[in-house]
Structure formats: C-alpha cells, structure tokens
Design a protein around this ligand. Sequence first.
Ligand code: 5GP
Ligand code: ZN
Length: 120
Amino acid sequence: MSNDKDCIFCKIIRGEIPSSKVYEDDALLGFKDIHPSAPVHVLLIPKKHIARLSEASADDQAVLGRMMLVAPQIAREQGSVDGLRTIINDGRVGRQDVFHLHMHVLGGPGPLGRMIARDE
Ligand code: 5GP
Ligand code: ZN
C-alpha cells in the first residue's frame, strides 16, 4: 500500500501532502485535481502504488474494476448528473506526468469538449 517513498500520490495517500478528498475506501482514493480541466475533475487512484496502467497485472483486476464502478458515482456526487468522461494517461504517448496510476474523472454540468487534441 502507498509505499513508494518519493511518489507524490503515495504522499497524498499517506497524508504527507494535503488534498481535497472526495472519495475513499479500503483500496481507492479520490481527490480533486489541483489544476482542474473541467467543472468536475477528480483523480481516482489505487492505494497500492502501480506506476502505470500498462504495468498493472492480473492481481490488480479487482481494483481496476472497482475504479470503473466508482468513477460514475463520484462524478454524480460532484454534480455531473448526466454522464462523465474517464481518462487514464499512460507513458510517453499518453503524456503521463505522475507515475502512480490514476483515472481522471471529468464532468460537467454541461457537455465537455470533444475528445483530445493531438500534437502534429
Ligand atoms: P497525468 O498527466 O499524469 O495524467 O495527470 C497528472 C495530474 O495530476 C494533473 O492533472 C495534475 O494537475 C495533477 N496533480 C499533480 N500534482 C498534484 C498534486 O499535488 N495534487 C493534486 N490534487 N493534483 C496534482
Ligand atoms: Zn505512488
């Protein structure tokens, strides 16, 4: 659990860095993104340090599934009552900045922009 000494999200889990928590259970933590890209922008993370989605293993299947189920609940509770968007950035191609697996939970109230811009 949350045991990577230098990982910023592990530090948030351990309470060493403050965050605006919106969801917590035994396996997951949800907190507001410090630089929101939408009216609702929550980061949902496993308490276990998994660096990136592409390094998750079969042992992580249950926690990954739980993230998918919890995300709509968080979006709804935060005011995005008619849908949401989830994003998991992975590695260089996905422009991942923080190497502790996290799901961006994005929502309105109004519709978000269409998908993602791509650098040419
Ligand atoms: P990534 O690009 O890795 O998918 O997203 C990392 C996200 O973490 C960014 O949206 C960034 O704003 C957010 N973030 C980085 N550091 C912190 C922090 O200390 N606290 C919070 N709440 N969010 C952070
Ligand atoms: Zn971590």
